[in-house]
Structure formats: structure tokens, C-alpha cells
Design a protein around this ligand. Structure first.
Ligand code: COA
Length: 389
């Protein structure tokens, strides 16, 4: 990675779920205070804040979230900026925090992500989320996100013989991992039958193939190498940060069964870090729908194109296997508060690399990957992190 070394020195998150008794600001303050306490720095040592949030205006009637975060954390007059890239907002905030430190502009910054999605009706939430696709060509014609990913699933099934059962296995694994994560929205294991007998949302995707609507926040503290090495016992080094874009509308893509933005971001991330996909010990992938996890496995190089269904079927992505995927429960089991997800993925990987993922710890994890997608693939962000103690 170019520039100065950047480390995660603190991590924290709110619990994910339906929070009737917490507001948007309470969620982000909860996560940020935990991350600051974890880092052992004091709030006054922070030099800037970067916050990911997709649609607080439509979900909660609140814009200007950057200023809100600084205000309610008592950090005024610190520069505090909101970043938006749909469901990849958190990862884009992360990249901005990384670049601020790598460039030498700041030494210690906070990065957060937040979304409060459950105060509106499901119809309103679907319409709001649909705005992350092409409003004129997709949403206006009724193509919500489950519908767009259903088209990708159909194409993957046609091209590679992927089955609904294989997609169900992704959900079963991620719910099992979530049941071991006290911050997760879903705390119960499910069976393939649970998924297969659930109602179709957009065929072939059923209720249990979908990530839920979620309230939640996550935060990390980033520091330069000098600061991290002085104050942090378990620093986690960022070894790659990459982002790529593609057409907003699915119809303009060359392929429906892979995400080009993921492939490009992955290639760049592995080049930056000088490693290969086989060197990754634990990964948090963007499983907004079960088919998304399967496509990401292929696009990131964890298996050959078309082989992800078989790999999940063989249990090769469970904790204890070669490449445990979505140990937090992923978006499917842990929940998907859209603006928070990218930062939560970093929190989970930091915990894994520090050996603190109680109940779901991957043995001897040294290198972790996060993969976060905005829209149906118009933005993709990949981060690589390494244990450095
Ligand atoms: N997975 C598993 N269970 C779910 C669930 C999901 N995705 N969504 C809701 N449930 C459960 C609820 O916990 C509730 O269970 P209970 O009756 O035991 O309490 C039940 O299903 C009904 O919940 P409700 O909130 O009424 O569901 P809904 O019909 O309003 O919403 C979806 C279901 C699938 C439409 C909604 O979760 C959704 O839109 N998901 C996709 C989100 C999305 O597109 N994100 C962006 C991706 S890019």
C-alpha cells in the first residue's frame, strides 16, 4: 500500500438488530465510544472523523450526519465528514480515513458507519435501497434489490448449475456463525429446510436468502505506524485498500454472473499487498443475498468461476476450514445496516486477527479480507489486514 503505514488500533460496534429504543445518533455514539475506549486514546487526540451512511435522510429524516457524529461525541470543532456509496458507504469512509493517514495529513482518525433502517415501512425501505441501483431504468420499473440479485442468481444457475440448495447452505452457515456472535441480529441456527420452505421474495431468492433490514453502527480508530507502535498492544496493519466502479444498471454489464468491480478491486488489493487469495485466513464478504457470497468467492479468487456452490456444499467456507467466510454471520446473519456494514467487517477482522472473536475464533488467523459492495455492483471495495504483533 502506498504512503505511510496505517493501523487499526481500536474497534467497536453496537449490537445489530431492530432497535426501537435507540436513535441514529445513539447507535453511532455507542459504537464510537467503544472503539475509542478500546484504542486507549482519548477523544481529544482524534484529528478527524469519517462516517459512512447511505440514506439517513429517507430512513430517519436526518442529514448532515458528519456534523451530527462530531457533535454528539463532544468532538467539535473536529472536521467530520459523511461519505455515501450505498451499501459500501462504510468501506468508502474507511478508505478516506486510511488515505488521510497514509498521506501524512493526520496521525489519528475515527472511522464509523451507521444506519437506522427499521423506523420506516418495508415498502419505504425497499424503495430507499432501490435508489442504490439505476432509479430511471431499474427502480422506476419495479426492480428492487431482491429482484436484481434474483436475475444474477438465475444467470449463475443457468451458466454453472448452481442450485437453490447451495444458496441455502450459505444462509445456514452464516446463521450458524451469527448464533456465536452476541452482536448479531439473528441468534438462532437454521436448517436447509428453513431456507427452502421460506417464502419467495424474488424467485429464486427466498426470505432466508436475503439480508434483513437492520439498525446498527460500527467504528474503528486508525493511527499511523508511529502512534500505533507506541500505544497499541495488538495493532492490525492495513496492507491494501482498493475500490472500483461499474455501471449503475445491471443491464449495462458484460456479465450478470460476476461483479467486474469486485474482480478489479480484488486484483488491485492483492497487488498492493503482494499476496494471493490463498494467503487469506479469514474473510468477510458482501452477502446481501446468498448468491452474492457465491459470486464474491469466485470474483475474489477463492475458487474457480462457477465452483463456489460446490465449495460451500463441501463445507470449505465454515470456521475450521481453509477459508472461513463471514465468521460474524455476514450481512445475512449478523444484519446489514447498510452504511455500517463495511466498518463492521473491519471490526470483525480486527477481532479475528487479535484472537478476540470469542466462540467463532479462526485459529492462527494472520491475514484477513473485507469485501463490500454498493448497489448491485456499481461500487466494490476490498481491504486486506494483517496481524502485526
Ligand atoms: N432473513 C430471515 N428472517 C427475516 C428476514 C431475513 N432477511 N427479514 C425478516 N425476517 C423475519 C423477521 O425476523 C420476522 O420474524 P418473526 O415473525 O419471527 O419476528 C419475520 O421475518 C417478518 O419480518 P418482517 O420485518 O415483517 O419482514 P419483511 O417482509 O418486512 O421484510 C424482506 C423481509 C426480505 C423484504 C426484507 O428483509 C428485505 O428487504 N431484505 C433485503 C434488504 C436489502 O435489499 N438490502 C440491501 C441489499 S443490497
Amino acid at each position: 500500500m502506498k504512503g505511510r503505514d496505517v493501523y487499526v488500533i481500536g474497534a467497536g460496534m453496537s449490537s445489530f438488530g431492530e432497535h426501537w429504543d435507540s436513535s441514529l445518533r445513539e447507535l453511532i455514539v455507542d459504537a464510537a465510544i467503544k472503539a475509542i475506549a478500546d484504542s486507549k486514546i482519548e477523544g481529544k487526540q482524534l484529528q478527524a472523523v469519517y462516517g459512512g451512511c447511505m440514506a439517513s435522510g429517507l430512513f430517519a429524516g436526518q442529514e448532515h450526519v458528519g456534523a451530527l457524529i462530531a457533535d454528539y461525541l463532544g468532538l467539535n470543532p473536529l472536521p467530520s465528514t459523511r461519505l455515501e456509496a450505498a451499501c459500501a458507504s462504510g468501506s468508502v469512509a474507511m478508505r478516506n480515513g486510511i488515505m488521510a493517514i497514509a498521506s501524512g495529513f493526520y496521525d489519528v482518525v475515527a472511522v464509523g458507519g451507521v444506519e437506522k433502517m427499521t423506523d420506516v415501512s418495508t415498502e419505504m425501505a425497499s424503495t430507499t435501497l432501490g435508489g442504490a441501483g439505476d432509479e430511471e431504468w431499474e427502480l422506476f420499473n419495479g426492480a428492487t434489490f431482491p429482484a436484481l440479485y434474483a436475475l444474477m442468481a438465475r444467470r449463475h444457475m443457468l451458466e454453472y448449475g448452481t442450485t437453490e440448495e447451495q444458496m441455502a447452505m450459505v444462509a445456514v452457515k452464516n446463521h450458524a456463525n451469527a448464533a456465536k456472535n452476541r452482536y448479531a441480529q439473528f441468534q438462532k441456527e437454521i436448517t436447509i429446510d428453513t431456507v427452502m420452505k421460506s417464502q419467495y421474495v424474488a424467485s429464486p431468492l427466498k426470505l432466508f436468502d436475503c439480508s434483513p433490514l437492520t439498525d446498527g453502527a460500527a467504528a474503528v480508530i486508525l493511527a499511523s505506524g508511529d502512534v500505533a507502535k507506541k500505544i497499541c498492544e495488538k495493532p492490525i496493519k492495513l496492507i491494501a485498500s482498493s475500490q472500483a466502479s461499474d455501471s449503475l444498471a445491471l443491464a449495462n454489464r458484460a456479465s450478470f454472473s460476476s461483479l467486474r468491480a469486485t474482480q478489479i478491486a480484488a486484483k488491485e488489493a492483492f497487488t498492493q499487498a503482494g499476496i494471493k487469495s490463498k494467503d487469506v485466513d479469514v474473510a468477510e464478504l458482501h452477502d446481501c443475498f446468498t448468491i452474492a457470497e457465491l459470486m464474491a468467492m469466485e470474483d475474489l479468487g477463492f475458487c474457480e468461476k462457477g465452483k463456489s456452490g460446490k465449495m460451500v456444499e463441501a463445507g470449505q467456507t465454515k470456521i475450521g476450514s481453509d477459508i472461513p467466510i463471514n465468521t460474524s454471520g455476514g450481512l445475512k446473519g449478523c444484519g446489514h445496516p447498510v452504511g455500517a456494514t463495511g466498518v463492521k467487517q473491519i471490526v470483525e477482522i480486527a477481532w479475528q486477527l487479535r484472537g478476540e472473536a470469542t466462540g467463532r475464533q479462526v485459529k492462527n488467523a494472520e491475514i484477513g479480507l473485507t469485501h463490500n459492495v454498493g448497489g448491485s455492483g456499481a461500487t466494490a471495495v476490498v481491504h486486506l489486514l494483517k496481524k502485526d504483533f
